[in-house]
Design a binder for this molecule. Structure first.
Ligand SMILES: [Fe+2]
Length: 179
């Protein structure tokens, strides 16, 4: 079930905050929906963190580049990977967390995380453009600058996934455990 549909269905969500501030019991359908959203989130984090390891390996090896072409594939797919993951988060995952944890409670977190998606996508495009220039031999930047940019990108992405774990996945797991 898609998060947007869940939100539009209103009373279909049996869990979350009650008007009196208490937490109502989570329903089986909502539990399953939240568990599925957590799994999707973790799968997406795995994809991003794997890419971060590749970016870090590339930064560590500069000014040399891998001989197997992995850097070229990474530079070509990084922007699409982030857009794909972020689109799924915003369309299907974050709305489920908002329903489960309370719209008010997570509003600021969701707004900040969504803003970071756009910033990270734009930065990834910039870094990959510089990297592609490097690969093509058009070195308008030195290795230290390219390394600095690569580290900035994977540091941002790791911090972002850690924030999503702390602010959304952790509370959602506690919500499920509390019944
Ligand atoms: Fe995210």
């Amino acid at each position: 079930m898609r998060g947007g549909e869940r939100l539009q269905s209103g009373s279909a969500w049996e869990g979350g905050s009650r008007p009196d501030g208490g937490i109502s019991k989570i329903g089986d359908a909502c539990r399953s929906c939240l568990e599925q959203a957590i799994r999707k989130f973790e799968t997406n984090h795995g994809r991003i963190l794997t890419a971060c390891e590749e970016l870090e390996g590339l930064a560590d090896g500069l000014p040399a580049l891998p001989t197997n072409g992995s850097h070229l594939r990474l530079a070509r797919r990084m922007g699409a990977l982030l857009r794909d993951v972020h689109a799924e988060e915003e369309r299907e995952i974050l709305p489920v967390f908002a329903s489960a944890l309370g719209e008010e409670a997570v509003r600021d977190s969701v707004a900040t995380l969504t803003e970071e998606h756009r910033t990270d996508e734009a930065f990834a495009d910039e870094v990959c453009e510089v990297l592609m220039e490097w690969i093509a031999g058009e070195r308008h930047h030195d290795a230290a600058t390219l390394g600095y940019m690569l580290r900035g990108l994977f540091d941002n992405l790791r911090r972002h996934t850690a924030r999503e774990r702390d602010q959304l996945i952790g509370p959602a797991c506690r919500r499920l455990a509390s019944g």
